[in-house]
Structures are given as C-alpha cells and as structure tokens.
Design a protein around this ligand. Structure first.
Ligand code: COA
Length: 607
C-alpha cells in the first residue's frame, strides 16, 4: 500500500513505523502537519491508500479524512481520549495501558476502532514508555489495522464504532474515557505531603514534556529526570524540598520520607531548554557538597537506576559497573538523559572505561542507557555555553577520547550492547567496540548531516569503512533515514540484532558475553585484535583520522557557514517545522512515482 505518514515530527515512533512498514513492502512518504493546505497538497501529490497519523497535536482536517482512509495512532486504551493519555495513566498508577488505532472523524479520538493492543505499565518516564511499550504496541496495532484494509475495501470487514465497543468492554479490557489536557495544577508537587514515590510519579508523568513546574532556590523552573535517592548523613532533619547535594549534574532534594535526584531542569530566561540541574543553577549548585558514588555498587552490583516506586533502590548515578559472578565479564552502563553526552559526561565515561580496564575481566560490555545508547555530543549544553563553538570543540574532543579509550582496549574483547536507540556520533561510538549487538526494536541514525551538514568525528572515517567498505560507508553517511537494527545488521554496520524485549535482550547479551569470555580461542581472538590494531595503526595512525575529521569539524564550528549553529539552535529550542525535509517527503520529488529501472551494474543476471 501507499502510506502517507502525517505527523507533527519524525519522532521515534514515526521513525520505527516508517522503517518497519517500508520493510513490510509498503511505499511510504512523510508530511509534517504544518498546515491543512500543506497536508492536502501532500495527499493530492502522493494519492495514498492510507493516511497514517502516528503523532499529531491537532485534528486531521475533514478535507483529508472524508476522502482518504485516515488512521490515527492514539497512545491510550480503547475509549481513552484526550491529549494527555500517558500522563493520566502514569499519574493514576494504571497497571496496564494500550494503544488504539482509530479512523479519523470529526470528533478527535472518537472514530471507529480498527485495532488496539495493551501492555503492562512500568515505573518509568512518559517518554521511556512511549519509546518502548507504546512503540511496540503501536507497531502491532498498525500492522493489524493495515491487514484489514483490503477486506474493508471489499466491504467484508468494518471497524467497530467506539460506542459499541464501550458497551462490551470485556473484549478488550476496562475501557478509558475522555480526559482533559493535564495542566500544571494537576501536576503540582506538594513537598510537605507527597512522598518520594508520589513525586517520582508526578515528574515521570511529565517527562520529556512539559516537566513539572516547581521552584528551586526560589526560582521558577520545570523538573525532569528524577531518580529515587536517600539522604546523606547529617541531613536527617532537612525540610522537604531542601536541596542537599549534587552528583553527576543532578541535585538531591529532600522529600517527606527520603530524597530524590533531579537530573535536568528547564529555566526561562536566556536558556529556555533542558539542562543538567547543576548547570542551570550553577552558582547555587557550586555551594552544595558533591556526593560521589562508587562505580561498582549496590544491589545487583550497580545496574543503574533500579529504584522502584517504593523508593527502595540502588544508589543512583549515571554510570554503573558490575561483573558477572565469575568476574569474566564487566558491564558498564551509562544512562545519560536522552543519550546526550556533554564534555563532563564524556570525561566521566572515559574515566569509567579506565576503571573497567583495571579489572581482570576478559570481556567488557558497554550497555549505554535503557532508552538510548548514545546520541552523541550534548547539543543543549553546547547551546547554553558562552561560546557554543568552543564547547562543541571541547565536547567532540571528549567524545573522541571515549572512542579512543575503547579502540585502544586491546587486552580484552569489547561489546557495544544497544538496548536503546543510537544516533549520530553515538552510533559511531558503538562501532569502536569489537562486537555491536542491538535489541530488535532499536533504531539507528548513523549520519550527521541532519545537524546542519555536520561532518562528524568519533573516528567514523576509520570505523565505518572498516565494517562495511568505502562505498557502502559513503551511502550510509549520505542516507539521512533511520535504520532498523536488523537492517543495520544485514548491511554489516552492526553484528547482530536480537531479543524480543529489553529483559530478553539483556539476558541474551549476558549469555553471549559469557560465551565469548569462555571461548577456547579467546586468547587468540584478543591477540588477533591487538595485531590488527597495530597493523592499522602502522598503515594510518588513529591520530591522523582524528586530525582529518576535526579539521572538517573546525570549519563546521568556526567557519563562515553557520548551518550547524542554526540547526542546533532550532533543534534545542524545538522550533516548529516550516517544511518537511526532502528526504522524507518523497512525494515532493518530481519523479517520485516514475518506475525505477535497475542500473546495469546492479541488474541480476539469470542463467
Ligand atoms: N543533545 C541534546 N539533546 C538531544 C540529543 C543531543 N545530541 N539527541 C537527542 N536529544 C534530545 C531531544 O532534544 C529530545 O529532547 P526532549 O526530551 O526534550 O524531547 C530527546 O533527546 C529525544 O530526542 P528525539 O529527537 O525526540 O528522539 P528521536 O528518537 O525521535 O530521534 C535522533 C533521535 C538521534 C534522530 C534525534 O534526537 C537527533 O537528531 N539528535 C541529534 C543527534 C546529533 O546531531 N548529535 C550531535 C552530533 S554527534
């Protein structure tokens, strides 16, 4: 089928649907929902069988849904309506939730139901649930809905009107209802009453957007990225709401029954975007005690952020290291908010790799974070710096140092295990490991060009051709589209994609890493790796690749073409789109529907 994705932005859910549905053989194009007339124009040009709306902030115009089958993906259970579906589900403590695919009609989210899918809720942020459970359920429900289209066209199947479904809820579980937009008054924290679990729930329900409006150091701000914590010795009597310490860019705040870490805040003024809390309140944070945490710690030997709703948890920190029972495999997790890696975070990660290097393991697994493995340099901290060009330079160098630490770890096998998505420099950082494994649902964006034609570094000019060859490497860098993990594996960009869910992926990673460590030819593998690195170094030193890439990056940062700075500004400030990029809006290419003739060199000859 020809499917037009009409969407507010090319967000993670839209990227996944795009890549999966294209893989199913559908013909796809994308139009951002900028104005009715633009969407109408796209429909007229593409003549889709289905308009699919995975992420909209307003209603589809009647001029479209009255003429073309238009399916809306709603991140809520059957009967749920309104713009704050997940926010209410988290706030209400729902034990399970779902996704519904409805046909667009005049009343928003009230059209007949084509398909729905439920999932168990997890104690996590709205954005994390959206990227994982909602995305997986949406894919199932959308595929089911699309399968029904031919029968619907033949008049052999009809979607069920919402009212009819609500009368017999047994078929899909307890139904939802119309809920209003969740306002800040619904989200407000009462620090004198709300316990840690309640505050966590409020912040998670508003994370990544819009955050919870609150006060810190007497200044208004929005809170994000909260993790249960505990009070340090001597702070037993601190009043709820009081700020006690800092760690990894986060501020520790007392609650009625303990404390929690606030990792990111958004203040108004000159930097109206999310920043690490200690950067947004730099002067105030500098007066607080730094409360470091050891890398190897706690229950489960420090798997980051295993705090549960009751507040019982391992000590939170962005980085955590643990080892398998036989100490053969080390696991380093770096759960950086949104996968963005600032200069300071890169430096901490390099130090952590240094620590891992000092351990007598044979395999080191780099786990990244749960939602993102890495998205490269931290564009928000760069935007907030006095000189964004200087900070970009410092950040990319710190990022390159992380890559270098991995590339020169030649006394053991390294594995990048991507449980979450990776983009731009984060993708190439993963390629610095010997093995790159990704969970099946992971999306990779192995290109830099979308950020103002950034050239990119992270030793990609060494790593990419080494894996896929020069020509394929060039194609991958020029292709601005997301890749599914299995497509990346087929292209040789990564080694393998497996695991149906995050727990399954983690278990399989542990199993495979243990097998690598126990392999009879392990010593030979490590020796071969070291020999290859030495040979590569003799042919062309890593420093030369780095210098060449950085020479181009220097032009991006300091040259007279400001494209990177402009693109970063709009990305960080979330400026509304004014057009759909050409590589997504295929229907805007003049020859988009001309039959393609295979080039002679790619034509397959048959006997
Ligand atoms: N720096 C700072 N913030 C970043 C970031 C980065 N490098 N990459 C992603 N984010 C933030 C986004 O601003 C967004 O913030 P929000 O929580 O306020 O909404 C959040 O992470 C999720 O990103 P989003 O774009 O919604 O995720 P996605 O899965 O839809 O898209 C990418 C993933 C990687 C395609 C996209 O985030 C991107 O292009 N990031 C920039 C990558 C880059 O150019 N890095 C610098 C060059 S190395």
């Amino acid at each position: 089928m020809r499917i037009l994705l009409l969407t507010h932005s090319f967000n993670s859910l839209t990227q996944r649907l795009y890549a999966e549905l294209a893989g199913d053989g559908h013909e796809l194009s994308v139009e951002f929902d900028i104005a009715d007339s633009v969407a109408e124009e796209a429909v007229a040009a593409f003549r889709p069988d289905v308009v699919l709306a995975p992420f909209l902030k307003r209603a589809v115009p009647e001029s479209i849904w009255a003429r073309r089958l238009t399916l809306i993906v709603h991140p809520g259970i059957v009967g749920d309506r309104g713009p704050s579906a997940l926010d209410w589900a988290i706030t209400d403590g729902a034990s399970d939730w779902g996704v519904t695919v409805l046909q667009a009609e005049a009343e928003m989210d009230a059209g007949p139901v084509w398909a729905s899918e439920r999932f168990a809720m997890r104690a996590a942020t709205k954005a994390s649930l959206y990227r994982t459970e909602v995305t997986a359920a949406a894919l199932v429900a959308v595929r089911r809905a699309l399968e029904r289209v031919p029968a619907w066209r033949r008049g052999e199947w009809a979607p069920t009107p919402l009212a009819a479904l609500l009368q017999r809820p047994g078929s899909f579980g307890p139904p939802g209802c119309l809920r209003p937009l969740m306002k800040q008054v619904d989200r407000a924290i009462d620090w004198r009453r709300d316990d840690t679990a309640a505050v966590l729930r409020r912040i998670r329900a508003a994370d990544g957007f819009p955050g919870v409006a609150d006060m810190l150091f007497g200044e208004p701000c929005h809170l994000f990225d909260a993790h249960a914590g505990r009070r340090p010795a001597g702070a037993e009597d601190a009043a709820p709401g009081e700020v006690l310490a800092r760690r990894d860019g986060a501020l520790l705040r007392a609650t009625v029954d303990g404390a929690l870490w606030i990792g990111h805040v958004k203040r108004g003024g000159t930097h109206p975007f999310k920043l690490p809390a200690t950067q947004a309140f730099a002067a105030e944070a500098a007066r607080l005690p730094e409360w470091p945490v050891t890398l190897m710690r706690g229950r489960g030997q420090g798997k980051a952020d295993e705090c549960d709703e009751s507040g019982a948890c391992d000590e939170w920190g962005e980085l955590a290291y643990r080892e398998s029972d036989d100490a053969a495999v080390g696991f380093l997790s770096f759960d950086f908010y949104n996968g963005a890696m600032s200069t300071a975070q890169c430096e901490r990660l390099s130090a952590a790799i240094g620590f891992a290097r000092s351990r007598p393991t044979r395999v080191l697994v780099l786990e990244g974070g749960r939602d993102f493995w890495s998205n490269g340099i931290h564009l928000n901290t760069i935007e907030a710096a006095p000189s964004p060009a200087d900070e970009s330079w410092a950040n990319i160098n710190a990022m390159n140092d992380v890559c270098l630490a991995l590339l020169t770890l030649t006394d053991r096998i390294t594995v990048a295990a991507l449980a979450g998505n990776a983009g731009a420099g984060g993708c190439f950082l993963a390629l610095a490991a010997d093995h790159v494994w990704a969970a099946s649902g992971v999306i990779l964006n192995p290109h830099y060009k979308n950020m103002g034609n950034l050239y990119g570094s992270e030793y990609w000019s060494y790593l990419l051709p080494r894996r896929v060859g020069v020509d394929a490497g060039r194609r991958i860098m020029g292709n601005r589209l997301p890749l599914l993990a299995r497509q990346a594996a087929a292209a040789g960009l990564i080694d393998e994609a497996f695991g149906a869910d995050p727990a399954g992926f983690a278990a399989e990673v542990a199993r495979r890493a243990a097998a690598l460590a126990a392999a009879p030819d392990l010593a030979a593998c490590i020796a071969a790796k070291a020999a290859r690195r030495a040979a590569d170094e003799a042919e062309k030193p890593l420093a030369a690749y780095r210098a060449e890439e950085l020479a181009r990056m220097q032009r991006n940062f300091y040259g007279f073409d400001p494209s990177y700075h402009v693109a970063r500004f709009h990305f960080v400030l979330k400026s509304p789109h004014s057009w759909t990029p050409r590589h997504l809006a295929r229907h805007r290419d003049l020859d988009w529907n001309r039959p393609r003739v295979a080039a002679p060199e790619t034509r397959v000859e048959t006997a």
